[in-house]
Design a protein around this ligand. Structure first.
Ligand SMILES: [Zn+2]
Length: 162
């Protein structure tokens, strides 16, 4: 599968791995770098990298994943494998998101803009990453302390990337 423009190459590889491990098609990447109104700037540019053609390319560390063709059980499996592959990931399917349910994910190791750093911090505290910062009841990684510690460390390291 071809990488979608605006998704960092290492994030793309991690996502492909997560899909392979959860036995689901990776052909479900929605918004990468973009300005969708409901995203409130979270998908704006985070930085740039050198792409497959040796060219500079802007990326957003945030990516939306389509879930309309999979069951809730498959979604859970994908979310777990994405977390193991270093993504913060939430299910966005209620309220304003109910018309276009998706997973909103952030590849933690990348340098991120402030709004994404704050969302990742919310994630590490089992919260929604939305205004209100409610407890995310779908979040189960907090039961895995070793995984959580690793993700915290990756997030700290990412903040010192210049
Ligand atoms: Zn999103």
């Amino acid at each position: 599968m071809k990488r979608k423009t605006g998704m960092h190459i290492t994030a793309f590889r991690a996502f492909i791995t997560a899909c392979y491990e959860s036995k689901l098609s990776p052909n479900r990447i929605g918004q990468t770098l973009g300005g969708a109104i409901l995203s409130h700037g979270t998908h704006a540019r985070d930085g740039e990298f050198i792409n497959e053609n040796g060219k500079r390319e802007s990326y957003s560390a945030a990516v939306d994943i389509r879930i309309n063709d999979i069951t809730e059980q498959e979604e859970n499996r994908l979310m777990l494998r994405m977390r193991i592959n270093q993504f913060a990931v939430w299910r966005r399917n209620a309220g304003v998101f109910s018309r276009a349910p998706h997973l909103h994910a952030i590849y933690i190791p990348l340098k991120k803009k402030e709004i994404l750093d704050r969302q990742v911090e919310d994630f590490l505290n089992a919260r929604s990453g939305l205004a209100g910062h409610r407890t995310d009841w779908f979040w189960t990684a907090h039961e895995d302390e070793a995984l959580l510690d690793k993700l915290r460390e990756l997030h700290q390291t990412s903040k010192s990337i210049t």
